[in-house]
Design a protein around this ligand. Sequence first.
Ligand code: MN
Length: 330
Amino acid sequence: MTGAGEWRRILDTLRDGRRFLLLLHVKPDGDSIGSSLALGRALQKLGKEAVLVCPDELPESLRFLPGSDSFVRPEAVSGPFDAAVFLDCGDLERAGPARPLADLATVRINIDHHLSNARFGDLNWIEADAAAVGEITYRLIRELGVALDRDMAYALYASLVTDTGSFAYQNTTPATHRIAAELLELGVRPQVVAREVWENRPEPALRLLGRALENLVVDPGGRLAWTRLGQEDFQRVGAGPQHAEGVVGYPRSLRGVEVAVAFIEAEPGVWRVSLRSNERVDVSRVAARFGGGGHARAAGATLSGRFEEVAPPLLDACRAALDEDGRAPA
Ligand SMILES: [Mn+2]
């Protein structure tokens, strides 16, 4: 959490500026996409220009959101901007190829909820206990005096639903539900969002999940479980890394598991590692030791090399974190 002065300066910058650049993170998720769509629309309602930049293709599951066709590629953007707003980016690198565009802006505003946020902005608002950046964006829009409309409500609801796993994760709070209630009152139909976000799955994704379940390994004692999807798995079912989204939720769902890991070989020899914990272990600390980061219950890192080389040290770090937790007073 940051001081109230910083929050006021962010609001002032948004009120005073005319032209804004909104930046998402690479492999954009519902939180990043929903927050930027909602804030962009709010700024437009105030008569300002908002350019929404997406470093990657939008995931299929979020293209139902109104305005999702308004994102532009980094190479199509020209400055100057009064401010660049980073949403849901734990560090500058997360903005990927869009990162240099921030130099076209007078002020860099960093709005995030990652514990590990690098505070790279001129103005930073980091709220680690916000379930989603969408919650912070909701308050920003309210305090800018913009009335939420149905399109913004859908965007913010998508942000909440994706970052809380449909209000199931530990980050879900009364505030999350209060905001969600208001979004439903504005016309959001929850079944539409759930269907689009979770259930509109292409067949290769389900086939790939089958591979992931076959590759499941459970540590003796049952508190650590992991799976892997190598290039051979993707080839076998005609899937790509984008179809591996959410796979780590399956080892996490196993009875007795505290820490779950998914090793995804996104490119030959490049492993995207997803870490999850259920109750106690801070996996962002494990991820940080391997150059990654994230939240206490959900974090990630990228490792290069053969699986046999990259996996054991990371799994050992998980075991050490679990041992440490076992020794801590209850
Ligand atoms: Mn988020």
